[in-house]
Write a new protein. Structure first.
Length: 153
């Protein structure tokens, strides 16, 4: 078929860029693994629907999502919760107090499950990296300032 008879949206769907996959270890909490499984199931369902409707744009998008979530599931390393809460580790819930007096609590999780607005940060974020191995009372770099670790659970 001549390219002249292909709809523009179909042509754009063929050139859909891949979702970038992080080069960092894909550590996840048990909840994060469940989220990946849910995303993978949703991608499979979207792919099946797109095949049935023969919607090329939806098929391209669903294919991309399916490749991404399949890769994330294949590389996921489930990190069980730490029994030791004396220092910050993957999965820890950490409360800090910043220089300006703001108190914030974060859970350190995998990249795909991180949502700072909901209180979770990625294990590869600068703040999480600064906190790993620290204990209550230690200071860490937090943005442009410093923060003190108040609790670890």
């Amino acid at each position: 078929m001549s390219r002249a008879f292909v709809r523009e949206q179909d042509a754009a769907a063929e050139h859909l860029p891949e979702r970038p996959v992080s080069e960092h270890p894909n550590d996840v909490t048990p909840e994060g693994a469940a989220q990946i499984d849910a995303e993978l199931a949703a991608a499979r369902a979207a792919y099946a629907t797109a095949q049935q409707t023969e919607d090329r744009a939806a098929l391209a998008l669903a294919s991309r999502e399916l490749r991404y979530w399949s890769a994330r599931r294949a590389t996921a390393r489930i990190v069980p919760p730490a029994a030791d809460h004396t220092q910050v580790r993957f999965g820890s819930i950490v409360t800090i107090v910043r220089d300006d007096g703001r108190e914030q609590t974060f859970r350190i999780v995998g990249e795909d499950e991180a949502d700072p607005a909901k209180g979770s940060i990625s294990h590869v974020s600068p703040l999480a990296k600064a906190m790993f191995g620290k204990r209550v009372g230690d200071s860490v770099r937090a943005g442009a300032g410093e923060a003190e670790i108040r609790s670890v659970s």
